[in-house]
Design a protein around this ligand. Structure first.
Ligand SMILES: Nc1ncnc2c1ncn2[C@@H]1O[C@H](COP(=O)(O)OP(=O)(O)OP(=O)(O)O)[C@@H](O)[C@H]1O
Ligand SMILES: Nc1ncnc2c1ncn2[C@@H]1O[C@H](COP(=O)(O)OP(=O)(O)OP(=O)(O)O)[C@@H](O)[C@H]1O
Ligand SMILES: [Mg+2]
Ligand SMILES: [Mg+2]
Lengths: 266, 266
């Protein structure tokens, strides 16, 4: 069965898309079969790989409306790496589907009817806790949360976890929050160190509680701020094809290794 | 009449809130009477000033539902600086109001019925082109666009301007895009220089066209990346009260001066 992972944070610009692209690519390079799903109407993951989001080709929108399946819509990016692209109409889909019974479970239904031919599916979500993100939560086994160590990071995390709790209770009891990934980390600043400390305390407090994030971890690997990560999308490639000796590549490689090491963990 | 300015960019985390808070404060310190409006359900502008977004006190939500007026809901932050706070329920408002006739014009109606007692109103918008942002566009005289000089900045700008064009045509003919403000600018990177160059070409091409952004400018002042700007919200203050000798303070002061110098311009 596909291990389905939702990559979520309603705060804008914290590294969700960059993480899905580069962690996904790193896992593919380690021989895991990975399917990326772009669930953001702004289609940045799709654009990251140099694909135009509304070429008339199949997209996640067509998957949601039942027009096509994930495997039919998936574009091959590399060995072991596929992408179900987004499309400009996805915002229209969010409106259209909002009247449907069980509207948060459409993606989950489609993925169950026709699972992607992959070991791992990574879903990139928009900066909101709206219907598309709720669909990702309903469909996911695990949630990974990219986080920028700035003020309000923990408040946003609290709000996100409330939503996870609701989805877990009403829709998807197997949902669990696996971890937080610190992104765009500025290790020389006191702000980052303070937020990291607060985050670790928060996570420690959750241990043993009867909540879907009781076992959440803060990844030891932090993704440092590195302009190479901001540059590589303009070439339609990941950091590994753009600047393999950069800190960005080193950090996402380390993240993939840690991800796999933790993979067996409950 | 209040000069109403919508601060918009559907891309997440590009500096909208930081700009509204600090440009607003700088204009207030120069004797302009400024009213800030937090139109984001994530309420980061409200939290920036150390105000809890759901204290039972009046908010922009109550303004939208007609429960109260902007002046009644406004909280005094400093001489010449008020804030109409957001509240967690604002996301519910977006749903509730989406069934209403002329649903994009609710804020515009309320601001016309009971204008804020200020010279300048700055509206902070969420990272989307959804109903709340459309309300800001319908209510505004001008649009200011904070922009991070990264890949996809111009594509996002293009999409935003399409939306401006629609609102201008169907709802608010006086709407114009006044300018782009480069935020979180990393002046040592080639990426930033390339994006800035593309942006200037884009803006030059628009001159003389029959579009609401024909006169848009790229502000000469760029806001440099400065961790002090990320730190000051955790003290509930703007950069001027936190670190007045920082680059962040210098840049937002310069931006305010440029804003006022341009103020008379068409
Ligand atoms: N570690 C990093 N160092 C430098 N730049 C980065 C890093 N991670 C991401 N970026 C850049 O910062 C910007 C925001 O990152 P990204 O788009 O991945 O965030 P996001 O959370 O997906 O944003 P949104 O909420 O808009 O979907 C992008 O231009 C990206 O290229
Ligand atoms: N010039 C800057 N230098 C360093 N950090 C900054 C700068 N401007 C903003 N920040 C920080 O970066 C983060 C994102 O900025 P901000 O919240 O203002 O963006 P936004 O566009 O309002 O985001 P959203 O799309 O989520 O509303 C915040 O933590 C903020 O404190
Ligand atoms: Mg993204
Ligand atoms: Mg904001």
């Amino acid at each position: 069965a596909v291990r389905t992972i939702a990559v979520i944070n309603q705060k804008g610009g914290v590294g969700k898309t960059t993480t899905v692209a580069n962690l996904g690519a790193a896992l593919g390079r380690r021989g895991r079969d990975v399917c990326l799903i772009d669930l953001d109407p702004q289609a940045h993951l799709t654009l990251h790989f140099g694909i135009e989001p509304d070429m008339g080709a199949s997209s996640i929108y067509d998957v949601l409306t039942g027009e096509t399946t994930p495997n039919q819509a998936a574009r091959k990016l590399a060995d072991n790496l596929h992408l179900v692209p987004s499309v400009i109409d996805l915002a229209a889909a969010e409106m259209e589907l909002s009247g449907t019974v069980g509207r948060e479970q459409i993606l989950s239904d489609k993925l169950r009817d026709a699972p992607p031919a992959a070991e791992i599916a990574l879903i990139d979500c928009p900066p909101s806790l709206g219907l598309l993100t709720l669909n990702a939560l309903a469909a996911a086994d695990e949630v990974y949360i990219p986080l920028q160590a700035h003020f309000l990071a923990l408040q946003g995390l609290g709000k996100l976890l409330e939503t996870v709790a609701l989805v877990s209770r009403r829709i998807n009891p197997r949902l669990r929050v696996a971890g937080v990934i610190l992104c765009m980390y500025e290790s020389t600043t006191r702000l980052a160190a303070e937020v990291l400390e607060d985050l670790k305390a928060f996570v420690a407090d959750a241990r043993g509680a009867d909540v879907p994030w009781a076992d959440m971890a803060v990844f030891d690997t932090v993704i440092r701020r590195n302009v190479k990560l901001a540059e590589c999308p303009s070439y339609g490639v990941t950091i590994f094809d753009y600047e393999p000796r950069s800190h960005g590549a080193a950090d996402y490689n380390a993240l993939a290794d840690e991800f796999l090491a933790r993979a067996g963990a409950p």
